[in-house]
Ligand binder design. Structure first.
Ligand SMILES: Nc1ncnc2c1ncn2[C@@H]1O[C@H](COP(=O)(O)OP(=O)(O)OP(=O)(O)O)[C@@H](O)[C@H]1O
Ligand SMILES: [Mg+2]
Length: 288
């Protein structure tokens, strides 16, 4: 397992009237190379959970293991080395850009890793390609870029660490639909080409359905489900009760079924919907 938590509990403001159990006994296992979506209502504990995965937060109780190393039962040197295996892209990461040029911003992490100049340059160029930006941007100031481009530079800066696990907290938040689709498509390619583990935090069930292989659902600090995406979306009623919404296209198929059409309800993407409708029209399946 690349990521494992055992009875992980996190409380904020312990011993004050504001004490809050943000994570309640989380047992999680993520296999190396998986693309996992993490979904849950606002305040359910998603950001708290991912902050534990590269030791930004320390558990109140329980353990966090990365690639087999218990982050809080190893030496400080081991903890630092293990943290490099997990690249974390915070929400609105573009606010953390600060260098004079795009090149320097992406190179910042690899430089801290004390890599050679050639290796740093290789990583900057390959990360830039992963996020789909042109090399002509490298000498520009990040502040002259559009919002979507800045976001991509910030993501490239974390990819340049070449982490085994890339975790992104709402990487598409605040972007227009085209910018959203573009970032998510680039992440899919990154996952395919590098074989690294990707953990995508999102409020959008559709984004998770389109991109991830499995989904983790959190509610009020607890892990409610962790299963393949199809399996998770089968629990429509439970998800709706948690204030989460199954993809619109899935709801269309649920209502077609209710109206008597013999269609599958395991439909989460437009492409799958198209296939299902075409096969339905070609016959074999008839109304009532
Ligand atoms: N620094 C903090 N001090 C005290 N309580 C906190 C702190 N950070 C988060 N919390 C509380 O812990 C709970 C979990 O918060 P968290 O930010 O992990 O949720 P989230 O699922 O990431 O939410 P969102 O979808 O809004 O980003 C919430 O009740 C939140 O108010
Ligand atoms: Mg959050």
């Amino acid at each position: 397992m690349i990521i494992e938590t055992k009875n992980l509990t996190h409380k904020y403001s312990v011993g004050t009237p504001f004490e809050k159990v943000a994570l309640d006994n989380i047992n999680l296992q993520i296999e190396e190379g998986a693309y996992v979506g993490l979904i849950g209502h606002t305040g359910s504990g998603k950001s708290t959970l991912i902050s534990h995965l590269n030791a930004i937060l320390q558990p109140t109780e329980g353990q966090v293991l990365i690639d087999g190393t218990d982050l809080w039962a190893c030496s400080k040197a081991e903890r630092i080395a293990t943290r490099f295996k997990v690249g974390l892209v915070f929400q609105y990461p573009e606010y953390q850009l600060f260098e004079e040029t795009v090149y320097k911003d992406i190179a910042f992490g690899p430089k801290n890793m004390k890599l050679s100049d050639e290796e740093i340059e290789r990583r900057v160029r390959s990360s830039l390609a992963f996020v789909g930006l042109k090399e002509s941007l490298l000498e520009k100031s990040p502040f002259d870029l559009s919002g979507g481009q800045k976001r991509r530079v910030a993501i490239a800066g974390v990819m340049a660490l070449e982490p085994k696990v890339l975790i992104l907290d709402e990487p598409a938040a605040g972007l227009d639909p085209k910018g959203r689709d573009e970032i998510l498509a680039r992440l899919r390619d990154y996952h395919k080409e590098t074989g690294s583990t990707v953990l995508l935090v999102s409020h959008s069930m559709e984004d998770i359905a389109r991109n991830a292989q499995s989904a983790i659902v959190m509610e009020d600090g607890r892990l409610k489900m962790h299963a393949p995406v199809e399996e998770v979306f089968r629990h429509t009623d439970e998800l709706t009760a948690m204030g989460l919404d199954v993809p619109q296209i899935t709801r269309v198929f649920f209502s077609l079924k209710e109206k008597g059409y013999d269609v599958s309800t395991d439909i989460y993407t437009i492409e799958a919907a198209k296939r299902e409708i075409l096969s339905h029209l070609k016959g074999g399946k008839h109304r009532d």
